[in-house]
Each structure stands twice: as C-alpha cells, then as structure tokens.
Design a protein around this ligand. Structure first.
Ligand SMILES: [Fe+2]
Length: 544
C-alpha cells in the first residue's frame, strides 16, 4: 500500500501532537495544587540593628543638608509626588526645584515644615512638599536644600492610567534596619521595581526607649533614602508604628509615623492618612490600616465601601489591597490575628474580585491559593476556607529582615489554603504585563544573590477569561484549562489574538520572549513551550 506524502505528514503531526500533549500533561501534573513548605534553611546575618556609625546611616555633609529624603505618590492618579526630607540646623528652605533636564530646574514648589518631640527627643525640621501637575511617564530631576549643601535626585512618573499599562511594583514589609534589612533593600534595588508597596512596620524604632526611638527613626530615614528618594514608597502602617509608650508619656498612636510619612489620603476622600487609595498605571491600590477601627460604620469601613465603588476595572483592571496583618497565615507567629478584619472585609474582597492582598507582620513568606471563608458564621456554614475563583491570592511578605528575626515555626500540617511558605528574608515583585496577566515573584535573599523562589502568573480577576491553549479544529490539541500555575503567559496572549493570523516570524519572536522569562521562572517549562511553538509553526506552515 502506498502511503501518500500528505498521509505521512498527518501521521507525523499526530505523533508530535501526542508527544506535546504528554509533556504538557506531565507539566500540569507536576505543578498542580501541591502545597509546599520549603525546607530551605539559610545562613543569615545576626538579627541586630546596624550600628549607628555605619556608613548606611551617614549624615550628608554641609550646613542644614537635607537628609532622609523620600517620596510618595501625591495624588490619586500619579501626576504628583510628595517629597519629604529633614534638616537639622534651621527650618528653611522648604522649596523643591525641579525639571525634566538634569541640573536645569525651571519649576519650583513650596513645601511646609513641621517637627515634633518624643519624650525628650526633638526631631529635626521635617519638610513635605507636594509637586503636582507633572506629566505622565516622564523623568524629573529635583533639587532640595540650598548652597553647597543642596542635594539632587530624580524620579520617574508612572504611565497614564490605562488598562494595559505595564508596571512593576516591589513589595517589602517589616524591614527594620539590620544587615538583613540592608540585604533586602539592596536586592530590591537590583530588581526592576518602579514603586514600592510597603506593608507596614518600617523602622522598628519602638524597640528602643526614650530618645533612642527618635534617633532610630532618623537612621531608618537615611537608610532607605537610597531607594525612597528615587521612587515612590506607598506607605501603610503596622503595629511598630503605633508607639503607645505611656511610661515615656507618649500615648498618641502613630505619632512619629504620621509626622514623617505623609500619604495622599485626601485625594481618595479618606479622612485619615492611615487608609487611602491611589491609582498607578493599570493598578488601583487600596491601603488599609490593621490598627485603626474597621468594624461596621467606622470611618475606615465607610470609606472602603465608597472606595470600592470608585474602582473602575475598565481603567485600572488590577485591584490590589495592602494591609499589615495577614488574613490567611499558617505560621505560629500571629496566627489568627487577622480574623477580625477578615470577618469585616473578606466578603467585599470576593464581591469586588480583588486580585491580590499583600500583608506583612509575620516574619516569613507565605502565599495562599484562591480561597474564601465567607459562608461561615457563628451558627452555620463550613468553618474551613474553600477554593474560590473570585477570591484574591493572599501573600505575606513580612520578611524584610528586622531585628526580631524570622518566624520559623509553621503550623503542621500545612493547611489546604497555603500554597507555599518559607521562613527566609526577601521581597516580592509584581510585574504587570497588560490587563490580563502579571508575573509575580518572591525573591529570597540568599548568599548575597537574589534568588526567585516562588513565582506564578497572575490572571486578572476582572478580565479573566477561561482560555483554551489550542483548539484549531482539525489538529486540536487537547483542551487545556489554564489555571494559576507557573507559566502560560505569552502563549496565551498569542491565542487571544487568534492563532490563524500569526506568521511564523511573530511566533519565533514570541518564543524568544517566552524563553527569556521562563528560564527565570521555571526552566522545566521552557522545553514544553519550545515543543508547542514548533508544533504551532509546523501547523501554520502546513495549513497555509
Ligand atoms: Fe507587625
């Protein structure tokens, strides 16, 4: 019997298809919902604060030289920044000169000066200056101080609010000022993060007493300046910002924090700097205060109800919540402390399809599956969290490296809701690619190198579509439902635009992009995708 060329080609194709299906299947099996408690144990620096005379705390030279420079977003949409700094010799000037060319400052803005006492500590002159009316996606240079002691910095404004605006956020929590803190900060600064989402517990100055509390706030301000003067840090408050210290006569909660770290709360119609929202690129970011009243009818509760109504997922499809205390935490440290805020807000997170909730507080790393516990009440319902596709992913990044050390004892066995957990120091990055997909990574500080340790592709909750990887009629690959596994980004994008319109050249270009990313994320997946791309290229070549 004579076998035609076409028949042989079909058989080859079928064989190839079966092989690829097998690889994809094995890959999916290997990366299913296996819970992971990482056994990694790292050698760490001692959990002690860096000595005061270390160069990371160096005071800039010159009379009244600005120090502790940091910036944060100054409005709702990212066309303004608040620039803050401290001077020690005299109150003025509080002016910021700025422009779009280095050392050419056509514009100026006038700030305000304040100071405070804490026990017998007298703070320096704290300056806050709102610089608004900026252009999107533009690099600005700015200069503060005067004469020989003036200092110059720069920052980049975000792209205009747009559902497909790419953007990279860093997430850091519970940082402190130890050598581990320094390691975390340096690792983050080597990432491509454009803005830090800080999930509370900044300086750990409250671990000190009397005048040293203020001193350690100053050292922390100088410590983070290397990053915070050049890109916005979006602040949220933790328990170490409360500083309720009646034995020193200090009973006003968040006093040091509120004097030093302004937030654009009024722009989101909040009545307190401790809870607010901003929009940046394609993300709507809601900052909550774990240590302010949040039960029904409190100001924070009422504000959040209104803020969720202001979220427009057509403009900012990514909805991110920051808070200090995690809602889902399987560490022995702070276990169940987030239960009351879960009872207050979890149903809203589900209803509004929040994409991701970042928290700190627990000095370890943990990521949950999409789960919820909203059907449980005192009198009825299942008391355990259940899989819920409308729920956010909960991530705890309280592993910045402060002097309290790691929270090394996880509850055993690992609960079903916990996807990955490890007691190491590190930070996370969320790389938003477009309205549908983002890359998430947790990067452990390890032996002086940044190591991506936990990572996955995040599908947007609002724009989420149940994709088929490949359903070309005649040579259909098995239907594959994409879940939140570790890969699948670029190939999915390709199929969104229709496989039949693709040219081989485009596919190869995407293949290179694919490899670039998956080598970093999951090397074993690269092989699968190379096979798939070859398959697609061959298919198109034959069909066309
Ligand atoms: Fe905390």
């Amino acid at each position: 019997m004579t076998m035609t060329v076409a028949t042989m080609m079909c058989m080859c194709l079928l064989l190839l298809q079966l092989s690829i299906t097998f690889f994809v299947f094995m890959c999916c099996v290997g990366n299913g919902n296996a819970r992971i408690t990482s056994a990694f144990v790292r050698s760490e620096f001692p959990s002690v604060d860096i000595p005061l005379d270390n160069k990371v705390f160096a005071v800039p030279k010159g009379y009244n030289a600005p120090q502790q420079v940091h910036i944060t977003q100054g409005d709702y949409d990212g066309k303004a920044v608040i620039i803050s700094w401290v001077t020690t010799d005299e109150p003025g000037p509080s002016k910021v000169q700025y422009g779009t060319s280095e050392k050419t400052y056509y514009y100026a803005a006038e700030g305000t000066t304040t100071n405070y006492t804490f026990y017998k500590y007298q703070s320096g002159y704290i300056h806050h200056c709102l610089v608004d009316g900026l252009e999107f996606d533009t690099k600005y240079y700015y200069k503060i101080g005067s004469g020989n002691s003036s200092r110059e910095f720069w920052f980049q404004t975000p792209p205009e609010i747009d559902p497909d605006a790419p953007y990279i956020f860093g997430i850091i929590g519970d940082l402190g000022q130890t050598y581990n803190s320094l390691s975390t900060l340096e690792h983050y600064m080597h990432s491509e993060g454009q803005t830090v989402l800080f999930v509370g517990d900044l300086s750990y100055a409250d671990r000190y007493q009397y005048n040293d509390v203020g001193v350690r706030w100053d050292t922390w301000g100088r410590f983070v300046e290397q990053s915070a003067a050049y890109q916005p840090w979006i602040w949220s408050a933790g328990n170490h910002e409360i500083e309720y210290m009646p034995y020193m006569g200090e009973v006003l909660p968040f006093k040091s924090y509120l004097y030093r770290f302004p937030t654009p709360y009024a722009a989101s119609k909040s009545s307190s700097p401790l809870w607010y929202a901003i929009r940046r690129a394609s993300a709507h970011i809601i900052v909550l205060s774990s240590y302010s009243p949040f039960v029904t009818y409190t100001p924070q509760w009422l504000w959040l109800a209104e803020e969720f109504k202001r979220v427009n997922r057509e403009k900012t499809p990514w909805l991110i919540v920051l808070m200090h205390v995690p809602i889902y935490n399987s560490n022995e440290a702070h276990f169940m402390e987030g239960e009351s805020i879960r009872a207050a807000f979890e149903s809203w997170f589900i209803l509004n399809k929040v994409d991701i909730v970042f928290a700190g507080h627990v000095h370890a790393y943990e990521r949950s599956y999409r789960i919820s516990n909203i059907h449980y009440s005192v009198s009825s319902g299942d008391p355990y969290p259940v899989p819920d596709e409308s729920a956010p992913v909960y991530i705890t990044v309280g592993d910045g490296g402060n002097q309290e050390g790691l929270a090394g004892r996880f509850r055993d066995p690992q609960p079903d809701y916990s996807a990955f957990r490890e007691a190491s120091y590190g930070h996370s990055t969320l790389e938003i690619k477009n309205r549908t997909h983002a890359f998430y990574r947790w990067n452990r500080n390890s032996d002086g190198k940044q190591v991506p340790t936990d990572s996955f592709v995040l599908h947007n909750q609002y724009c989420m579509i149940k994709y088929e990887i490949f359903s070309v009629e005649k040579y259909a690959l098995t239907y594959i439902y994409i879940k939140d596994t570790k890969y699948h980004l670029y190939i999915i994008q390709d199929f969104e635009r229709g496989i039949k319109s693709y040219k081989i050249f485009d596919l190869l270009t995407n293949l290179i992009t694919c490899i670039r990313y998956y080598v970093l994320v999951n090397p074993s997946a690269v092989y699968v995708y190379i096979c798939m791309y070859i398959y697609i290229c061959v298919y198109i070549y034959i069909v066309n």
